[in-house]
Design a protein around this ligand. Structure first.
Ligand code: IMP
Length: 425
């Protein structure tokens, strides 16, 4: 079997684990960086040359002048992508059809998807990002979606648009005050600008990736969101509408699963989630606000305060298992400074029974109580430390407990937002 140079970077919690920084760090040695699911619901914050960049659709490898791919499993809002490319260009980054490739099979998000996202939130509150992600994937699976190749053909697009408006407007008008004509106008107003602009970037990304991988190029697959937001394996229904787990790579990019060589899981040193849904280790005291401030835990896409809690080894263990994680990266350890004691959840308890695996029942997910172990906190600023051995003893103890309960060695630590605030072990 050939030795492929591919790496999957997977979030092991509810997203926001710091994947953007890790991808940016690893992209120095990569040829291609690929997004395979999700859309502009994601927000990757990367600090580069002392400047902060928040990217939503384009992989952070673009900052390293690498080739970036938006594969077929992603849902693309043409307006959001257009704006993101303009933003990068305004900051001096070259984004051209030589370094950005967009799949002809990716589905497009249109304004009616965003309205439908709002409508759905009225009846089932998930706390979505309101970017139209769920309704766009729903269209894909109900076979009414519009793929980029259809979007670029004006006659096909207009015909599909009419069918979709006929189907969706009656529902939208019950919740949103907009006329049918205004909705259509909103969509076609900039259609020509976006379609003309996007066309040169659109290719068969599956062929591109298979060729690259066969030639031994280094290809990084970057998940958006995290395992617990996976529509199959996460805390359903409080999830996103795609598969951030490793299984999503093959479907979302068209490459055979045998090409995936290494899986790196990213875990934050504590847990956060945005939006509604069960969160067994959520901290209910004032300490939650302390952690939120220390970790700057506010949504990169919506600005919402993230819910914060203790490290949950039940979910990380589960993510390691279902993604086949080879190596774990622990991020934001520095943000726990001054918090004493530190707690790690090792199991859930419901009606006297212990759960070591993440339960499927939403009732148990909501009502189970975490079982914790505690260990001493630390007071030192660790962000400038470059050698694992130099970390304070209480930090190492905390790390060793995470390793013991997750059953994996941590290979890399991220101790700050800058790329070099990192320890390799
Ligand atoms: P949607 O993906 O906008 O449909 O939102 C569904 C759920 O996923 C909500 O709880 C969102 O807050 C959450 N979500 C979506 N994208 C992200 C992300 O990038 N980080 C964290 N949570 C996210």
């Amino acid at each position: 079997m050939k030795n492929y140079n591919t790496i999957a970077i997977i979030g092991t919690q509810w997203g926001d684990e710091g994947k953007g920084k890790v991808v940016h760090y690893l992209s120095r040695n990569a040829d291609y960086i690929v997004r395979y699911q999700g859309g502009n619901n994601a927000g990757h914050t990367v600090v580069f040359d002392n400047k902060e960049y928040i990217l939503h659709l384009i992989p952070s490898g673009i900052l390293e002048h690498k080739k970036c791919v938006i594969a077929n499993g992603v849902v693309v809002d043409p307006e959001a992508l257009y704006n993101e490319i303009q933003f990068l260009k305004s900051k001096g980054f070259n984004v051209t059809p030589e370094n950005l490739f967009i799949s002809d099979r990716a589905h497009v998000i249109l304004p009616y998807h965003k309205y439908l996202d709002k409508v759905r939130e009225e009846t089932q509150k998930i706390g979505t990002t309101q970017k139209g992600i769920g309704p766009c994937y729903a269209d894909k699976y109900s076979r009414t979606g519009i793929r980029i190749s259809d979007y670029l053909e004006e006659d096909t697009f207009m015909c599909l648009l009419k069918k979709n408006i006929d189907e969706k407007y009656p529902l939208i008008k019950n919740f949103v005050s907009i006329s049918r004509e205004s909705l259509i106008k909103q969509i076609i107003k900039n259609y020509k600008i976006y379609s003309k602009f996007l066309k040169p970037f659109v290719v068969n990304t599956t062929n591109l990736l298979i060729n690259a991988i066969e030639k031994g190029k280094v290809v990084i697959f970057e998940s958006a969101q995290g395992t617990m937001l996976d529509v199959d394996f996460g805390s359903y229904p409080y999830v996103t509408s795609s598969n951030p787990t490793v299984g999503g790579i093959s479907i979302g990019s068209g490459i055979p699963s045998k090409y995936i060589k290494k899986v790196i899981g990213i875990a934050k040193a504590y847990t956060t989630r945005v939006g509604e849904g069960p969160f067994p280790t959520e901290i209910k005291s004032k300490l939650q606000e302390v952690l939120r401030k220390q970790g700057n835990e506010y949504g990169a896409t919506t600005g919402r305060p993230r819910r914060c809690g203790w490290f949950d080894s039940v979910i990380v263990r589960y993510a390691i298992k279902i993604n086949g994680v080879d190596e774990l990266v622990l991020t934001k350890l520095d943000c726990l400074k001054g918090i004493h004691p530190l707690k790690i959840c090792i199991a859930y308890k419901y009606k006297g029974r212990l759960y070591y695996d993440f339960p499927s029942s939403r009732k148990i997910q909501f009502l189970s109580k975490p079982v914790y172990i505690s260990t001493a906190g630390f007071k030192e600023d660790i962000s400038k430390i470059k050698d694992y051995q130099e970390l304070p003893k209480n930090v190492k103890k905390y790390v060793e407990l995470i390793e013991r309960y997750c059953g994996i060695k941590i290979k890399m630590f991220s101790l700050g937002r800058e790329r070099d605030e990192t320890i390799l072990r």
